[in-house]
Design a protein around this ligand. Structure first.
Ligand code: OMP
Length: 222
């Protein structure tokens, strides 16, 4: 990690907490883990917040040096994310095709489950969060079925948790699995480690006491 990476991650954590997107309490994750924090990307819910979010993604994507031919936003949360990132990348001079999927196949009109640009070449998935790695495996399946190459994934938050296989926790992290077994590059705006750093340094504020809870969660599922 470079210092510049770190500064962007800290800025992002502050933005997400300030926007009420990153919250503390008791939440059940998709993998059934009881988490003291939750990141709800659906709460980037106005033009300024979405635009700022897209700037964070675009900077991370450009700085990562990942090569890709198009963007794919998986339904539902990835659709506005992918669209916002496509607009921001174009604003920065990199206009790339964008596609997304429907959850239900349409039997009239254009038909099928894919919408937008033809899904081909090296695809960069734009999604919200990786926890145990189920969602990303679904996206990979959709892209492969379309005959394209799932090449990389950009997410806002890497929760740095153990992957699951058939519902059972395994020894390696979900992101390690995506990188090493599925062969995708991963770029995250922030990771659990960045959240922990933020909580440690802002223990006298509205996030007082959260550091210990999140640390305990990492000990169990990280
Ligand atoms: P995995 O499929 O386990 O990697 O979980 C990722 C998905 O969980 C995301 O795409 C979200 O739908 C959801 N999620 C969040 O949005 N924010 C969180 O902080 C945690 C989760 C989660 O359920 O694990």
């Amino acid at each position: 990690d470079t210092a510049a990476d770190d500064a962007l991650a800290q800025e992002f954590v502050e933005f997400a907490i300030g926007a009420g997107v990153l919250r503390f309490g008791e939440f059940k994750t998709k993998a059934g883990r009881l988490s003291p924090y939750f990141f709800n990307a659906g709460l980037f819910d106005d033009g300024i917040k979405l635009g700022r979010l897209a700037q964070f993604y675009a900077r991370r994507i450009m700085d990562s040096g990942i090569e890709f031919d198009m963007l794919f936003g998986p339904a539902y949360k990835g659709i506005p994310l992918g669209a916002a990132v496509a607009i921001e990348l174009a604003r920065l001079g990199r206009n790339v095709p964008f596609a997304y999927n429907r959850k239900e196949a349409k039997d009239h009109g254009e038909g099928g489950t894919l919408v937008g640009a033809p899904v081909k070449g090296r695809v960069l998935i734009v999604d919200d969060v990786i926890s145990a790695g189920t969602a990303v495996r679904e996206s990979i399946g959709i892209i492969k079925a379309a005959g394209a190459t799932p090449h990389a994934i950009a997410i806002a938050l890497d929760r740095q948790e153990k992957a699951t296989e058939n519902g059972v926790d395994v020894a390696y992290s979900a992101v390690q699995q995506v990188r090493d077994q599925l062969g995708l590059q991963v770029c995250a705006i922030a990771r659990l480690a960045d959240l922990l750093q933020y909580l440690e340094q802002h223990g006298d504020t509205a996030v007082q006491g959260r550091h210990e809870e999140v640390l305990a969660y990492r000990r169990r599922y990280g």
